[in-house]
Design a protein around this ligand. Structure first.
Ligand SMILES: [Zn+2]
Ligand SMILES: [Zn+2]
Length: 162
């Protein structure tokens, strides 16, 4: 848990940094991309008291391995919030648990799908070739025969005026 003891915060504020196991994110309950291995949640926060209110700013990130939705290549991603801002009004207890807010901030930054690059060409639906690194084998055959039904379909669509 990422906690701050409000009684110990100096008037000029207190820096709280460290890491927590990624289990605090409960990633297994998050739908979307598969997550193969996950590093710790790294946070660097600044806590200060404004009267009875607690203000926490800073950043929190996590790094994990997932796969490209398009070519299925394994890829490492870094997700998080560089601009955390948590405001707890009238702090109820000395010790405040910041974990739920930080979890939410990180999960809000999480896309449902990841792509290894904007230019990823994905896998050929016909032969399964990874078009980033190899040539499509079924397309090559089609070219030899001088026909490409897919392209023809697009050409037909292009000629329509909407
Ligand atoms: Zn890809
Ligand atoms: Zn192919």
């Amino acid at each position: 848990m990422i906690r701050v003891n409000t009684a110990r915060i100096a008037p000029e504020g207190e820096r709280i940094e460290g890491e927590e196991d990624s289990s605090i994110l409960e990633l297994e309950s998050v739908p979307g991309a598969p997550i193969f291995s996950c590093g710790p949640v790294r946070y660097d926060l600044n806590a200060s008291m404004v009267g009875r209110d607690l203000l926490v700013t800073g950043s929190a990130f996590v790094e994990f391995e997932t796969e490209c939705v398009s070519c299925l290549a394994k890829m490492k991603v870094r997700i998080g919030d560089p601009d955390i801002c948590i405001h707890v009004e009238n702090v109820p207890e000395e010790e405040v648990d910041l974990t739920p807010e930080i979890r939410e901030d990180i999960l809000l930054a999480m896309p449902v799908r990841f792509k290894c690059s904007e230019k990823c060409r994905g896998l050929c639906p016909g032969c399964g070739a990874n078009l980033n690194v190899e040539k499509c084998r079924c397309g090559a055959k089609r070219k030899k025969r001088g026909e490409n039904p897919e392209n023809d379909a697009w050409r037909a669509l292009d000629s329509l005026k909407f």
